[in-house]
Design a protein around this ligand. Structure first.
Ligand code: KE4
Length: 428
């Protein structure tokens, strides 16, 4: 593949943007080389500035579940833009998408829209602290909830990727209120609750982790957290920024049958435009300003343009629920093909998968938490990543991310992907 133009564009970008990127994980730091600059995208494909075509398994880190430049979403955005993009006033479309989200997601009465997953998770924790009048939170090593100070403690995604899970700039005063548990380990949570009696406002987690690779909850883990929260007057926050409207119309709550108290959203809910949201039953959400004391606000929150994209996306997912079955089948097919290709070439690996999320870990042990995810061979991942890129397959440039499957992928795309793995595996 020729990456000449991307290389030139990266040189220019680095002069005026820190690291040449507006989000660190895009910089290829973990895999070496330089990032690929994408010119356009359509369906399951990306087209870079050198004219190379890729089958895309990032899909903008999750939003493009129906594929890039999906016509109903694009048309909705174009029509809405002609009438103005943002007024800073209430608009009918905000109510429409809120009604649809409340219909699709179990156990919520009200939803507040913001502009990113970070904002949604940050606001959800503030709401939990205000509602319970308690200050500490429990998060899990390897989970990522955006870059708000309270979360950059053993954070996943880009933070693990760059080996800075605890970021400078986060004060001790903040860090002391964030308690760290081990994913899929209820005993680690019990110990924290015992040691911090009546001080913990909430437990926040990715109910299916996607930021240390894809790590589904083990049987009983979510149910155990639900019980611990009920017994100790703690709110359970499901960060469904990745899983919401992806693992089922109603997300993990629907798919795995465990209810949280507050649920956060991002990615799919915005149809590719900047949208985050958090939702809960009324007794919690009514603690929010302007009716309650917990302040939260945003200039572009619920702007009509982003709402138009999100509403078009959610409408299609709500009205064509067979999409979720198709996504599951495509992901299972891809999993089986890749596993066979790696196994037949004696490549040590573990593949985790649930719904349309999966990840490959170059380790033989089961990957169930941050520690086991970190046993993956990062050099093998680097070779695998660049081999796939050269075969026109675009993966997340980090071993601590998830493959996002889009409905736009054909079975030929999946077969081409499996063939690429088979070809690369011979040299891993
Ligand atoms: P944003 O602020 O990036 O919209 O959302 C933060 C966030 C919150 N919760 C979960 C479970 C998330 O996965 C994310 C963001 N995901 C990363 C990918 N692992 C975004 C990619 C990036 O940082 O550029």
């Amino acid at each position: 593949m020729n990456y000449k133009r991307s290389s030139e564009l990266f040189e220019d970008a680095q002069k005026v943007i820190p690291g040449g990127v507006n989000s660190p994980v895009r910089a290829f730091k973990a895999v070496g080389g330089h990032p690929i600059f994408i010119e356009s995208a359509q369906g399951a494909y990306l087209y870079d500035s050198d004219g190379n075509k890729y089958i895309d398994y990032i899909n903008s880190w999750g939003p493009m579940i129906l594929g890039h430049a999906h016509k109903p979403v694009v048309d909705a955005v174009i029509e809405k833009a002609k009438k103005g993009t943002s007024f800073g006033t209430p608009t009918e479309i905000e109510t429409k998408i809120a009604e649809l989200a409340v219909k699709m997601v179990p156990n919520i009465d009200k939803i507040r829209f913001v502009n990113s997953g970070t904002e949604a998770c940050m606001s959800a924790v503030r709401l939990a602290r205000g509602y319970t009048n308690k200050e500490k939170i429990i998060k899990f090593a390897g989970c990522y909830h955006g870059h708000s100070d309270s979360f950059l403690i053993q954070a996943g995604s880009g933070a693990i990727t760059f080996g800075s899970p605890n970021s400078p700039g986060v004060t001790q005063g903040t860090a002391k209120d964030t308690l760290l548990a081990k994913y899929n380990d209820l005993e680690s949570v019990r110990q924290l609750i015992e040691a911090n009696k009546n001080e913990i406002s909430c437990i926040i987690l990715e109910p299916v982790a996607g930021n240390m690779g894809c790590i589904p909850p083990q049987d009983g883990f979510l149910e155990g957290l639900r019980s611990l929260c009920d017994q100790n007057d703690i709110l359970l926050i499901f960060d469904e920024v990745m899983t919401g409207f992806r693992l089922a119309p109603g997300g993990v709550q629907e798919r795995l049958g465990v209810n949280a108290d507050i649920i956060t959203f991002g990615k799919v809910i915005g149809g590719g435009l900047p949208v985050g949201a958090f939702a809960a039953r009324s007794e919690i959400m009514d603690y929010l300003s302007p009716i309650g004391p917990v302040y939260q606000a945003g200039t572009l929150s619920g702007n009509p343009l982003a709402m138009a994209a999100g509403l078009a996306m959610l409408n299609e997912l709500d009205q064509n629920r067979r999409i979720f079955e198709s996504l599951d089948k495509k992901t299972a097919y891809l999993h089986a093909g890749i596993a066979n290709a790696l196994k037949s070439n004696n490549v040590k690996h573990t593949i985790n998968r649930i719904g349309s999320m999966m990840s490959i870990h170059f380790t033989e042990q089961p990957v169930i938490d941050f520690e086991s995810a970190a046993t993956g061979n990062t050099n093998t991942f680097k070779e695998f990543f660049h081999g796939m890129l050269d075969h026109g397959i675009y993966l997340a440039p980090s071993a601590f991310e998830t493959w996002f499957i889009t409905e736009a992928l054909s079975y030929k795309d999946l077969d081409d992907t499996i063939a690429a793995v088979n070809s690369i595996a011979k040299n891993l």
